[in-house]
Design a protein around this ligand. Structure first.
Ligand code: KG4
Ligand code: ZN
Length: 337
């Protein structure tokens, strides 16, 4: 089964062709980062307009790279939630048109479900159940995945997302947007113990990242450029990674599920992967994470998740809605303290 995936929830216009939910025939990602960088973050109206300009070009390129024709497609999967509404609408309108014109199933995919499914592209033999740490620019969620499409929320951030903490702290450090990749690179040459940034410890399996962002801003107000930026990046990254890893291990202990997967842009972070490997290794916990290009937003993960919907017989009508905010799942019993 050949599925066309479309992802336009934020600032990447992406289309991919995936066979049988595991073989990526093409995955084209047109990033708008340069357009938004000068504003220090995403400007929704610019994102929508750019998606309109790019969507047909990117779809055509994805088909060409895959060596398939429109008539070879068996289904179309599109991110319809959560995200910037104007941006989502562009992808959803394109997907509806293709579905109607070709008379093939249309499936709406939750963006975070895509991030979970990037793990199946990297590791098709990944077994259920697993605890998935989803870390992106808009979300930081710990989700128990017990089967295809079966999710229960274990914990989530109460304020900023971890990617947002990277982006806002990088801005405070004068490093530009997006902050994650720059901090990751600088941190490799820095001392993670140079500055002791606060680690928020909450009851249960929730996170909080607004405190560390404020601490970075305050650090600059009080000490200016006294500490080398590499040390600052390494100290900041170590604190964020510490919070993410500690809470994920607590989720493993609470649920007894000894399998962890990572997803979302921040899962590309080398410090997070290294510390997660160490802590999981010590405890005999199985760990899976996608390669960096499948951690950040891409349409292959949407096609992969969409394939599972089609296999289950789910499909959406041409009235498929776009939704700005919707959690992947409700809180499950394992989340209670
Ligand atoms: O999943 P994603 O591409 O888009 C959203 O769904 O939000 O995640 C983007 C986020 C940004 O905040 C970016 O700074 C962060 O992922 N990011 C990273 C790295 N690469 C991207 N954060 C830390 N280290 C990285 N290497
Ligand atoms: Zn994402």
């Amino acid at each position: 089964m050949i599925v066309l995936g479309i992802e336009t929830s934020c600032d990447e216009t992406s289309c991919a062709v995936v066979r049988d939910g595991r073989e990526i025939l093409s995955d084209v990602v047109a990033s708008q980062i340069d357009l938004h960088a000068r504003f220090g973050g995403i400007v929704p109206e610019i994102a929508s307009r750019k998606h309109v300009e790019l969507i047909n070009i990117v779809i055509r390129e994805a088909l060409e790279n895959a060596g398939v024709a429109l008539s070879d497609l068996d289904a179309v999967a599109v991110t319809n939630r959560p995200g910037l509404l104007g941006a989502l609408l562009v992808g959803v309108s394109a997907a509806k048109t293709i579905s109607a014109a070709l008379d093939i199933p249309l499936v709406g995919v939750h963006h975070l479900e895509g991030h979970v499914y990037a793990n199946f592209l990297a590791n098709p033999d990944l077994q259920f159940p697993f605890v998935c740490l989803i870390v992106s620019g808009g979300h930081t969620d710990l989700v128990l995945v017990s089967g295809h499409g079966e999710y229960a929320m274990l914990g989530r951030t109460r304020d900023d997302a971890s990617g947002e903490a990277f982006d806002k702290s990088a801005r405070a450090m004068g490093l530009g947007y997006p902050g994650g990749p720059v901090i990751d690179r600088l941190a490799k040459d820095g001392d993670p113990e140079a500055v002791r940034f606060p680690r928020a410890k909450l009851d249960g399996l929730d996170f909080s990242f607004s405190g560390i962002k404020t601490a970075v801003v305050r650090h600059f107000q009080q000490r200016g450029n006294e500490v080398p930026v590499e040390d600052l990046a390494a100290s900041f990254q170590a604190a964020v990674v510490d919070m993410l890893v500690t809470t994920t291990i607590a989720a493993v202990e609470r649920t007894g599920i000894r399998r962890v997967a990572l997803g979302g842009g921040v899962a590309a972070n080398s410090g997070l992967k290294q510390r997660m490997r160490e802590e999981c290794g010590l405890r005999g916990i199985e760990l899976s994470y996608p390669p960096p290009e499948l951690c950040t937003d891409n349409a292959a993960m949407i096609a992969c998740a969409g394939y599972r919907h089609v296999m289950r017989g789910d499909s959406d009508g041409l009235d498929l809605d776009t939704i700005a905010g919707e959690p992947l799942a409700a809180f499950g019993p394992d989340s209670s303290a």
